[in-house]
Design a protein around this ligand. Sequence first.
Ligand SMILES: O=C(O)COP(=O)(O)O
Ligand SMILES: [Mg+2]
Length: 233
Amino acid sequence: MVPPLVLDIDGTLTTVDGRLDPRVLELLPDWEAPVVLATGKAFPYPVALAGFLGRDATVIAENGGVVHVDDETSLLADPSAPRAVIEAFLERGGDLGWGGDETVNRWRETEVAVSVDADEALLREVAAAAGDEVEVVDTGYAFHVKSPDVNKGEGLARVAGSLGVDPEAFVAVGDSENDVSTFEVAGTAYAVANADPAATAAADVVLEAGYMDGTAAVLEALAAGETPPGRRR
Ligand SMILES: O=C(O)COP(=O)(O)O
Ligand SMILES: [Mg+2]
């Protein structure tokens, strides 16, 4: 019996240059337990990935702002405060850093994502002025301006409840600050070798390999009934 999985996407199912690793298409379609895609990306991305894997869209998007399970979508955060921060950031001369008709935020419903090339100091200054209503989360792929009331871990608790599965049964793999809450809710948490200090510190096991090399090692071991390799903390 394989365990249910909760998997981050960027840095976890991808290669070092950001491509979807082909092993995702080999290992996940026939995984005989729930697979939850938990991402900072906007909702359509994990829905599309789940669809192309031939699986139900059991998805946590926008860092927990959007949860989809059992054909029901929940929007769990109010985008007004993050959007007001972004307006103030733009007024102060900031630039989101994505270029023209960008698709990063086009379908984003509860938060706003800013490029890692943007002016981080200005963004944090403007966000701090908004007080407790917003936080800035750095995934290594974007700065997410979001409500602190939602996160991937809360999303996992909701998904697990809906599926009737104990959250402790889940095996999590992730790479960054936005996976810490997932690691706290799931029973066993693996950080890939490329994980940032926050995810590394929150993980039960730190993998020797990075990106999908690390994740594939976990999935292959679990499928073989073996203990995945890595440094237990
Ligand atoms: O959207 C991001 O910034 C990162 O996405 P991820 O949570 O799938 O790694
Ligand atoms: Mg990630």
